[in-house]
Design a protein around this ligand. Structure first.
Ligand SMILES: [Zn+2]
Ligand SMILES: [Zn+2]
Length: 568
């Protein structure tokens, strides 16, 4: 990673930690500072460290908490990311897109005697919202952030194909259950960071594998069981080569799953791991980076360049900083779920030259403080239409006002998020207790986070059984299990089994899960390395390395060179 020069050291307003501003950062702020009527309005350096900035952005994204609610236009039942009686209004998807209402009817003038965020919050609470972020899906009512998928259930951030059950960040896949961060899989179960595989179960960091189970860091393997760091092998068990007949015979003895899982975990400790999960990239730092260059402090990024402090970035994005869940084009800063060009401080926006907008997905341009604008809207402020000249005269005045209220150059505060902190992705990466959330007060004495105590009603079922009472063997599970709820063995939260899922487990001889889908998600996330970078020494050549394996962890960790020499 190329060295950046520190030019300023600051203390974070929230966590009080020191953080550095570098020459690269200053160059970026200069590049994205907007120009109105030939005058440049500088974006100063941030008040919060990058972690607190990310936490604030993530508090604007609820992915997994879905509620049965009512459309506030037709009172039709809907599935929504806004809990019933939340402060925000949701319309059924068809009504939301219809011409029965217009977001421009909610316009207001800016009141220069008040701060911006409280005026924006009033607009946010009034303009109807879409209940789920979904498009072009078929027969998949319980999914979010998905498009072009069919017959799927409780899946998040997926696009293309069908029968995706309890999966996340899954692309171009069919018939998969409990998978995370996968591409082009078919008939797969409990796979994490795997690609182009078929009939692969309980595996991680694998590609082009098939008919295998419990693989880790393997490529091109067929008929393998409990193996690590293998390439193009067949009939291996615990990294030992067997003949086809021996393999089949040995496999028939390995039926005790608890024992197999323990043995697999022990095997992982005996074989080296690569320090970072980076592929086809140059001059990048942090983890899970593919096909990218010049990315510093980025995690889960794909096909991007010239960027910093960003997470879950999909493709073709360059020149950006402080982003989460963004894709395509360039010059985006402090944004979440945004695509386009030159968008600053936005949430759910597709378009160009927008500032402080929310839910403007139809190619909006040159908008300031707007909520849900339709079809190519431009030159709007607080949902009010202006001419270009009026817009360019008014926006600089507003920026000057925002400077006096300390709001210019800061993303929306979490307190005006459409979600409560414990519903959002922020809770996954920055977990806090309800007490901690309530006690966090900003410098204006307002609470920083909201905390929800809403709970979905218990499922309407004939009986609830504890997970420990479930038969081990799928053959002993009756058809009417789909009418019961199972009590999660960890959280005691009840969950259901759907017919499609039961058929998958039966077909592939897999046991019924004992854990609630939310707990299964957390279990999978724990198997990935954390968003923390440590200094460690390569366990082969002793060179200093950066890694997401903490020095206390028992795995053998190699630098990229040593790993490639020994494994590939
Ligand atoms: Zn901080
Ligand atoms: Zn080494």
């Amino acid at each position: 990673m190329q060295q950046e020069k520190t030019v300023e050291s600051k203390k974070c307003f929230h966590c009080q930690e020191n953080f550095k501003i570098t020459d690269w950062d200053l160059g970026f702020y200069e590049k994205i500072s907007p120009v109105f009527a030939w005058v440049k309005y500088d974006i100063p350096t941030p008040k919060l460290c990058y972690r607190c900035r990310e936490q604030r952005r993530l508090s604007f994204r609820n992915e997994r908490n879905l509620y049965k609610s009512k459309c506030e236009l037709t009172w039709k039942e809907i599935i929504s990311i806004y809990f019933p009686k939340s402060w925000y209004i949701a319309y059924d998807e068809t009504e939301w897109h219809s011409d029965k209402w217009s977001p421009l009817d909610y316009w207001r003038d800016f009141d220069f005697s008040r701060d911006f965020f409280s005026q924006f919050w009033e607009l946010l609470k009034e303009v109807p919202r879409i209940p789920l972020s979904v498009v072009f899906n078929e027969n998949s009512p319980y999914v979010n952030q998905c498009w072009n998928i069919k017959d799927s259930y409780l899946s998040i951030n997926c696009w293309f194909w069908e029968n995706l059950l309890y999966s996340e960040v899954a692309y171009h896949s069919k018939n998969i259950v409990n998978c995370y961060s996968v591409d082009s899989l078919e008939f797969c179960y409990e796979c994490i960071d795997c690609q182009k595989s078929y009939l692969l179960f309980n595996s991680q960091n694998c590609s082009n594998c098939s008919n295998s189970r419990f693989l880790h860091n393997c490529t091109g393997c067929i008929d393998c069981f409990c193996c690590i760091n293998l390439s193009n092998k067949r009939y291996c068990i615990f990294n030992e080569q067997y003949s086809k007949e021996e393999y089949m015979e040995k496999l028939s003895d390995l039926t005790d799953l608890k024992h197999v899982k323990n043995a697999f975990e022990n095997l992982k400790l005996k074989h080296p791991q690569k320090n970072l999960h980076i592929s086809w990239s140059e001059n990048v730092l942090w983890d899970y980076i593919v096909d990218s260059k010049n990315c510093n402090q980025c995690y889960d990024v794909f096909s991007t360049s010239d960027s910093k402090y960003s997470f879950n970035i999909d493709s073709n994005l360059k020149n950006w900083m402080d982003l989460s869940y963004c894709a395509e084009w360039e010059l985006i800063y402090e944004a979440i779920s945004v695509a386009g060009y030159n968008n600053l401080f936005c949430h759910l926006v597709i378009g160009s030259n927008n500032h402080y907008c929310n839910l403007c997905l139809n190619n909006s341009s040159n908008c300031f403080w707007c909520v849900w604008l339709k079809d190519n809207s431009s030159y709007c402020i607080l949902n009010k239409q202006y001419t270009r000249e009026e817009y360019e005269t008014l926006v600089p005045k507003i920026i000057e006002h925002m400077k006096t209220t300390w709001e210019w150059w800061e993303f929306f505060p979490s307190s005006i998020s459409p979600f409560w902190y414990n519903e959002t992705v922020a809770m996954e990466y920055y977990p806090i207790s309800s007490r901690d959330a309530i006690n966090r007060i900003a410098t204006d004495w307002k609470p920083i986070f909201k905390w929800s105590t809403y709970e979905n009603p218990k499922p309407d079922v004939t009986k609830i059984i504890p997970a420990s009472k479930l038969p081990e063997n799928i053959k002993d599970i009756p058809d009417d299990i789909t009418n019961w709820a199972i009590e999660c063995e960890v959280t005691q939260k009840p969950f259901r089994i759907i017919k499609q899922e039961l058929e998958f487990y039966r077909k592939h001889d897999l046991p019924i899960p004992r854990r609630h889908p939310d707990q299964r998600h957390l279990d999978r996330m724990k198997l990935r390395n954390p968003r923390k970078l440590y200094d460690r020494n390569c366990d082969r050549c002793n060179k200093e390395i950066k890694t997401t394996f903490s020095p206390e962890r028992p795995e053998i960790v190699y630098c990229e060179d040593c790993y490639n020499k020994e494994i590939i």
